[in-house]
Design a protein around this ligand. Structure first.
Ligand code: CTP
Ligand SMILES: C[C@](O)(CO)[C@H](O)COP(=O)(O)O
Length: 230
């Protein structure tokens, strides 16, 4: 079995699209905070060494977890954008995580990720130099005009939805994120930074139930999905 990987978990968002009184990652899901479901799924993976959770400045909701299932859980402070938080997390990883070592990045807001998908990302993505979980678009794609009416049907072929985890070598990811930051480019995921740096991340198809809890209605769906995964 290959060496275990650290996972950076961006959890410094405000969850504005949920509209809750506290950041969505701390809102209850099936009886406990959303983030704890995500951290548990990651810590239970046999090839994940530890978690680096990236918190919001002054985040008083973090329950102070220091270890999960024998895996260390470290924390650092994130930034204004998700990419700033990811860069902070990658930089804060333990010194023994070399620049050539692959690291994972997985949203705290994605509690339904499957162990088998993480394993497949590792097995397929490492030989390819890095990659991400995703799924090909399966619906017709429309571009809306300012009136909310369908203006154009966009091409769907070769279009994928990007999920997390995304997995890259620590040094290459850090440099790509720093380069984008320096150029004033806000990348929406790690793969965008890597593409910008000239890499071609491997797309690894994963289950579409690896949803990102984004709006209030997503909580019920996530709860249903988790109940089916027990
Ligand atoms: N500055 C930020 C913004 C987001 N995130 C994290 O990135 C993940 C995906 O981001 P998203 O779903 O957009 O979360 P929020 O930014 O909190 O949501 P919103 O845009 O509705 O405020 C989440 O786990 C979120 O906590 C982060 O660590 N730092
Ligand atoms: C990284 C991501 O999960 C890929 O789909 C997504 O972009 C993060 O959510 P955000 O709303 O873009 O911050």
């Amino acid at each position: 079995m290959s060496a275990a990987l650290w996972c950076v978990v961006p959890a410094a968002g405000r969850g504005t699209r949920v509209g809750g009184s506290i950041p969505k990652q701390y809102l209850p899901l099936a009886g406990r905070a959303l983030i704890l479901h995500t951290l548990e799924r990651l810590a239970l993976h046999p090839r994940i060494a530890g978690l680096m959770v990236v918190l919001g400045e002054g985040d008083g909701h973090w329950p102070g977890v220091a270890e999960l299932y024998g895996k260390p859980v470290l924390t650092t402070i994130g930034g204004a954008e998700r990419c700033d938080s990811v860069l902070a997390g990658v930089r804060a990883l333990p010194a023994n995580v070399s620049d050539d070592t692959f690291v994972l990045v997985h949203d705290a807001a994605r509690p339904c990720v499957r162990e088998a998908d993480i394993t497949r990302l590792m097995d397929v993505g490492m030989p390819a130099g890095g990659g991400l979980l995703g799924a090909p678009l399966r619906d017709t794609l429309k571009r809306a005009n300012s009136d909310g009416r369908s203006e154009v049907t966009e091409p769907r072929d070769h279009r994928w939805r990007a999920f997390t985890p995304q997995m890259f070598r620590r040094g290459e990811l850090s440099a790509a994120l720093q380069s984008a930051h320096g150029a004033g480019v806000t990348v929406s995921d790690e793969a965008m930074a890597m593409e910008r740096a000239g890499f071609a991340p491997c797309l690894v198809e994963g289950a579409e139930d690896n949803i990102k809890v984004t709006t209030a209605t997503d909580f019920a769906l996530a709860e249903f999905l988790l109940s089916r995964m027990k």
